[in-house]
Design a protein around this ligand. Structure first.
Ligand SMILES: Cc1cc2nc3c(=O)[nH]c(=O)nc-3n(C[C@H](O)[C@H](O)[C@H](O)COP(=O)(O)OP(=O)(O)OC[C@H]3O[C@@H](n4cnc5c(N)ncnc54)[C@H](O)[C@@H]3O)c2cc1C
Length: 396
């Protein structure tokens, strides 16, 4: 039975996350304004914060399942800020999730300590990754792959010390020819020409990569499977499974930002003397303040999205297939966070739009929820295929 009520241990763990988030938020505005600068690895508070922190309570079987807590803790961290952390981790990019899902034991051992970004998108290929045109050609004489191509919008692309890239070893084989490769920064032929400038999450380092005759050992093929399955796309699907946990995580990040907007708006409404009467009941809309009514609608959208996310995380934690639910929770969160942050701005008026407050930043930051890891439109295609049993050819 699913039960998302929090135990005392769960609450204590989430309070620890909140304490870090409060510090990170102090720097949110500064690093948004100074987009070109990298956030330092530590903030002035870091040392004292960790020195005085009490040990984390140990969760037991009676506490909330780990995958659900991971969603809640992600939300809690992003409630503070999207990009600023008290202590920046030097590992754990999206490429690390791919390594964990598809790497051999030797590769996990060798590459696990690097921070790996994940580079799929190219100037001519985004929503449909099977159109990847970066090529990997095997040079049998030297036992090396020769990589050529261009990647754009690579998250953590500057800080990452390595990357998992998607490249085709046989363009004529379509999706089946696409493989993932591990490449370390500093490898000759691997260049980082620029950091991308963006609408939101401006403090995040998003980079472009160029590969020109970049030679890597044959053993850097993730999973070491050089075969091309012509009849089905099993290999490709295996790589796509990486997204079954990262899509809910993306939803959790956006919902953390949306929760920040909701909390600020609630506080301002209460300060303005507006009563939030949750007991007004059906048909009672005329008896409540218009701003309060709009706010309560936004809260209900948030709650629906949060519960969808937690269910998806719970399924992952139980080892249940959650491909459909991953897309449902990402698609729902993607539109929910937009409606919530824009709705909060509408409720708060000039206060919502002023640069000195964070609400307008939260609207910009949360926009990414519906773009990367598959746009909302693509999630809805996946959902339709899953529910109606359409094939990719039937519905694309
Ligand atoms: C800040 C940021 C960070 C990113 N980080 C990474 C990263 O780390 N690694 C990486 O590889 N990529 C990353 N991306 C790229 C991201 O995954 C792509 O932007 C996304 O997949 C969409 O691709 P596209 O921009 O090429 O849009 P397109 O694919 O060109 O789509 C344009 C529009 O058409 C819609 N559309 C496309 N196909 C269909 C269809 N069949 N039916 C209906 N509508 C459709 C899309 O939803 C979208 O609205 C990042 C992007 C951003 C903005």
């Amino acid at each position: 039975m699913i039960d998302f009520r929090l135990t005392e241990t769960d609450k204590a763990l989430l309070e620890r996350t909140r304490a870090e988030a409060v510090i990170a938020r102090r720097y949110a505005h500064e690093f948004d304004e100074n987009e070109a600068e990298m956030i330092p690895d530590t903030l002035p508070e870091t040392e004292e914060f960790y020195a005085n922190r009490s040990p984390a309570p140990t969760a037991g079987p009676e506490d909330t399942q780990g995958a659900v807590m991971m969603m809640l803790q992600t939300m809690g961290a992003f409630w503070g800020d999207y990009s600023v952390r008290v202590r920046r981790s030097d590992r754990g990019g999206l490429g690390n999730a791919a390594l964990a899902a598809a790497g051999t034991d030797e590769q996990k051992e060798e590459w696990g300590n690097l921070m790996l970004s994940m580079a799929i998108t190219e100037p001519g290929c985004g929503s449909d990754p099977s159109r990847v045109s970066t090529s990997a050609v095997l040079d049998e004489e030297t036992d090396e792959w020769v990589i050529n191509g261009e990647k754009i919008f690579v998250t953590t692309g500057i800080r990452a010390t390595g990357v998992v890239i998607w490249a085709t070893i046989d363009k004529s084989a379509g999706r089946a020819g696409i493989k993932s490769f591990l490449i370390e920064k500093g490898t000759p032929g691997f260049d980082v020409p620029h950091k991308e400038k963006k609408l939101g999450i401006r403090a995040d380092d998003t980079a472009a990569y160029v590969f020109t005759d970049c030679r890597i050992p044959r053993t850097h093929l993730l999973g070491l499977d050089e075969s091309i399955q012509q009849k089905n796309s099993g290999g490709f699907r295996g790589v796509m499974k990486t997204f079954n946990m990262t899509r809910p995580m993306t939803a959790a990040m956006g919902l953390g930002i949306a929760e920040a907007a909701i909390d600020l708006t609630r506080e301002e409404l209460v300060n303005a003397g507006i009563v939030l009467d949750y007991g007004v009941g059906p048909g009672g809309l005329g008896r409540t303040n218009a701003a309060a009514e709009k706010f309560m609608r936004l809260e209900s959208i948030f709650e629906a999205s949060r519960l969808t996310l937690l269910q998806c995380g719970w399924m992952a934690g139980e080892g249940l297939p959650n491909n459909l639910e991953s897309s449902v929770c990402k698609a729902h969160a993607g539109s929910a966070v937009r409606e919530i942050t824009q709705g909060c701005i509408e409720i708060l008026g000039t206060m919502g739009i002023a640069r000195e407050n964070l609400l307008e930043k939260w609207m910009r930051d949360s926009r990414i929820t519906d773009i990367y890891e598959g746009t909302g439109e693509i999630q809805r295609l996946i959902i339709a295929r899953g529910l109606l049993d359409y094939t990719r050819a039937d519905l694309k």
